[in-house]
Design a binder for this molecule. Sequence first.
Ligand code: C5P
Length: 286
Amino acid sequence: MITVNAPAKINLFLDILGKIEGGYHSLFMVMQSIGLSDEITVDKSEEKGIFLTCSDKRLPEDKSNIAYKAAEAFCSYINAEPRVIINIDKKIPFAAGLAGGSADAAAVIVALNELYGVNLTKDELCEIGLKVGSDVPFCIKGGTCLSQNRGEILSKLKPLKDCFIVLAKPERGVSTAAAYAAADNSYIYHPDCIAMLDACSKGNFEDICKNAGNVFEQVIEVPERIEIKNIMRKHGASLCQMSGSGPTVFGLFDSESDAIKCAESIKSICPDVFITKPVSHGAKII
Ligand code: C5P
């Protein structure tokens, strides 16, 4: 049996550059893996098939679960009959902009590579991952990365400075496809990709915070967002921003006590609050 730690991500930067084939968009994103993670166990089954269970019963346990699709895609890539048991211990909130589903898919792919002993390279694992979701390749590589085009062009960046991350997940679930459709129907102000990349390549935390941005904030309405950000700023956040297509808002803090006080204060308007830290890895066998 293989156990994998599957970290969530936040977007320090997200711009939509234009439409590409297959109904997708070309993106320019700075992604950061975080300590908030699911734990996935994967084992071989005697019986033919993929048998998936999840600790959170609001999520499907059939082939509509992205982790199931990842197992199918992996077995088809190596031409093996699927005989797989998957269990997901869910900690990452779903439909939250934190790549919770992609993290599970990445974990299954990494686990099956070990379980089947096929020794595929990270690039091959990412190629399989992209078949099931645009953020899966990043969730396999992890750390701090520039992610371009659909999400398959990944370049490692200097690690983000160690800090405390407060995550606030408002009630509202957001459909990623609907978020892209809303962006297609709006005029968007584009943040400065080059200034952000320059800040990231120098590892300049202050400039990273100054040049961060997420265009989905312009098209996705999250009623609590302004108040959450006000509380984060009041407690000294260096940056507060929505992650992915939302609705989760994150704040970066230098001080743990400020992060704790901020989280306490947010709880009255948004009970789903987490404190975590950046991590330098993606899906990792433990
Ligand atoms: O690849 P994934 O299943 O995560 O994408 C979900 C939806 O998000 C896609 O169907 C598409 O509408 C949108 N998307 C996009 N461009 C990307 C990534 C996702 O348009 N680069």
